[in-house]
Design a protein around this ligand. Structure first.
Ligand code: DNO
Length: 389
């Protein structure tokens, strides 16, 4: 597999020169300054590409070319937004950047409730706490009928939490779920937005009456429009699974399981319509057998996120070590190396460790934590190659 790294552009404190020293071969990035829905100009793409190449690296994958909300819920301006998307894809193809990751999650990209959950050894990991999430849903958002999505025992814990939670903790929870994890991935809410909770509720309201079937139809429509452009441009599109891969906030979810993946691959059956195999997201759904999914979908996988999780009986999950947990990354490396040794993979998320603390990295995107995991996976790759030689 090709060893890639998610780099957030010229302002990223982790520089390309640093990445060369740790064995990174390809860069995963985006034109983060361009607002969602606007066309990525060829010139801007080439500028960034040349900058990356001048450092002795290559731009391997775009993550992400964001799909505007209106395309997902089927708003009035979706035709224009799809046209813009096609133009961006064509420009990427012309520049020779040929793997494009995106997601089709309504309103909210990945969800965590705790960005610095301390491990026994003093490092910190990202964490999803179901009760805290239910608290956000039922008592902060006060979403209509939200409590029906949780068991009576879970609701009891939510009310118990309400007796002890401080205002500061509530603010932190809101900031974590809808601001801090979202802004840097070109999500809907970013640092400095006024009244994020009200904004978030307006976004949720856009999906009133949109069920899973309707979201699927909107996804199919999008794919039917953009895949011919991707084919002509030689670009491989690869959708990221929903993170976490189960229903949240009453929103429909459509990339959560083997059946969902099968559905969208068949909806437009083209090799350019593929999957970002995010082992982390998939592993946090207990319904998913991650190595089995890898075997099943390796041929239509264009990009791999190597990350793992540990799921607890109460529905909470923690981001695990890259050599442990439900992601079974050692096995995945074996499967994907066999299928396509050039497949780009990146270490997804790392622990916060040692000198990472207080560096203000984007959540999950620490330097030493990811470097440590990259070294582990590098060893797995080398051992696998040696063993199979
Ligand atoms: C979080 C990321 C996601 C991912 C997008 C892809 O760390 O895995 O934000 O980049 O969902 O579109």
């Amino acid at each position: 597999m090709e060893k890639t790294w998610r780099w957030f552009g010229k302002n990223d404190p982790i520089t390309l020169d640093m990445l060369r020293q740790i064995g990174v071969e390809g860069i995963v990035t985006a034109l983060h300054a361009i607002p969602n829905g606007e066309i990525w100009p060829l010139e801007a793409i080439n500028d960034l590409k040349n900058y990356i190449e001048a450092a002795g690296l290559r731009w391997s994958v775009v993550e992400s070319l964001p799909v505007s909300e209106s395309i997902k819920y089927g708003g009035k301006d979706r035709e224009l937004l799809i046209e813009n998307y096609k133009l961006s894809l064509a420009n990427l193809g012309k520049a020779g950047v040929k793997t494009v990751c995106y997601n089709f999650m309504p309103v909210i990209d990945w969800i965590r409730t705790d960005l610095e959950r301390e491990n026994e050894d003093g490092t910190c990991s990202l964490y999803f706490d179901k009760i805290r999430f239910a608290y956000f849903d039922c008592l902060i958002l006060q979403r209509k009928d939200a409590e029906k999505d949780y068991s009576p025992a879970e609701m009891q814990q939510v009310y118990d939490l309400d007796k002890t939670i401080t205002q500061a903790e509530k603010d932190e929870l809101i900031y974590t779920i809808i601001v801090k994890t979202q802004g840097f991935v070109n999500g809907n809410i970013k640092e400095g937005d006024q009244n994020p909770v009200a904004l978030f509720k307006q976004l949720l309201a856009l999906y009133d009456g949109i069920d899973q079937n309707q979201l699927r139809e909107n996804f199919r429509y999008f794919l039917e429009q953009v895949i011919p452009t991707a084919e002509a441009a030689g670009v491989n599109l690869c959708v990221h699974p929903d993170d976490p891969p189960f229903a949240v906030l009453g929103l429909p979810r459509i990339v959560t399981s083997g059946a969902d993946i099968e559905w969208f691959l068949n909806a437009v059956d083209s090799p350019n319509n593929g999957l970002t195999f995010c082992a982390g997201s998939l592993s946090s759904g207990i319904h998913n057998d991650v190595p089995a999914l890898a075997k099943r979908f390796a041929k239509r996988t264009h990009f791999v996120h190597l990350r793992s999780t540990e799921v607890f009986p109460d529905g909470n999950f923690k981001e695990a070590s890259h050599l442990a947990g439900r992601g079974h990354l050692i096995e995945l490396v074996r499967i994907f190396e066999k299928e396509n040794p050039k497949l780009p993979m990146r270490i997804d998320h790392g622990k916060l460790m040692l000198d990472d603390v207080n560096k203000s990295y984007n959540p999950g995107y620490s330097f030493l934590g990811r470097m440590y995991a990259l070294a582990q996976i590098d060893g797995v790759l080398a051992a696998n190659r040696e063993y199979n030689a």
